[in-house]
Design a protein around this ligand. Sequence first.
Ligand SMILES: [Zn+2]
Length: 475
Amino acid sequence: MTDHIIRLACDAQNYPWGKVGNDSIISQFGPEASGNDWKFDENTPYAELWMTTHPNLPSKLYAHPSTLLSKHLYEHPELLGVVPQKFPKPVEGKKDKHVPFVFKILTCKQALPLQIHPDKTLAAQLHARDPAKFPDANHKPEIAVALTPFLGFAGFAPFDRIESNLRSIPELAQLLGRFASYEAYLRDPTSKDKVKALVKDILGMNQKSSGVLESAKDAIKAVTGLAREPERERGGGDAQGVVRSLIERIERDGAGEVFGGTMWDQEQGQRIERALKKTQEYYAGDPGIIVACFFMNLIELKPGEAMYVPEDGLHAWLDGQIIELMANSDDVLNAAFIEPGEKDDLNIFIDAMRCDPRPAETYKIKRARWSLSEGAGAEVYQVPAEEFSLYHVAGSESTSTTIKPLNGPTIAILTSVPSTGTATITDKTANKTIEVNKGQVYFVAAGTTVEFGAGVEAWAAFYDDQVREQTGDMK
Ligand SMILES: [Zn+2]
């Protein structure tokens, strides 16, 4: 018989947009999360810690690093409870079994690519056509929960906000007036087709002037003394020049004055100012800046707050450190904030992109004290996706928290332990206690009663098909 609480070895992705070295919270967890392979380098970005069976960075058994969790679950499918009957595998034909989610810690110092995750139909088509680039045939709804103050773009802002941005900020008229789609949208400002056509024109514009190429030009200019190429084209200015002059005007007159005709309050105007400067710093000239700042919701989360992005939903995280939890997929289509050669086909992107303009608040999800928890207690998040949910044990210094058995699996990361004394988690079903440390990651089998000892803080991704009935008052 195998253990029902199993320590995992999990690795980090070093995507270039991640926070670097000790700035990344992942560097605190890595030595215990990853095991003996962990190597720290102060100049390396630690973007994502993966706790999952997904083949792009699968977790292993800590005690047997040559065994993948997915292989272990194949040999002991009872550990997954009801999951194998409920969800297809992300890739068929292998001797493995899967948890239905990818659980991550994610950090970003600059914007992630402006992206969508394809729905199941498109994911299956893309995976069949190019399995190296699209590793699975699954969709990927996801949630983000802030560990530190977090800023991210999600979904289209309500139509009246988009329209007021376009009508009241002259720099946008100057930039976008060249497109027939701009006039067409302003004549019919609640048309999803027309706003999508305009966004397509913007994302496809002056790809020559991407941030990467601009910095190459700057480098050539520095070496040769040659003047920069003329910035204005067709009399309208390019995205880089327009964003730069908008930032200059904000610095001169204040965000309140520049955004006075929009529907943003002062606080949101200041967030947009921050977003403009931050995207311009890393992606000068990328027309995604215009789409993100003036067509999308810019959402701020305080620690503990969460938001949900459905499949095909447009999003780009901007700054902060989060828990990210999604269906078991790593498929993505990128349209901006990435090197030009890595952008995906714009026709496919725009076709698939969900356009349901609605307020930022509707992206946030609530949490409540969980009736399946006892003792100090846990909070559970109200996740609309079918494949996953999330609970948080805050780590009371004096009282332990017990979670009743679930009918699916759990993966938990221990983000804090008491400063003195012994930290433990206990399999109450088997009466087995484990001494633990900050950063360790555990798989908990279906049907297990688990107790987090006093002072142990944990974030836990799980599947249980009854969970929606089990919650108390929401906040
Ligand atoms: Zn995403």
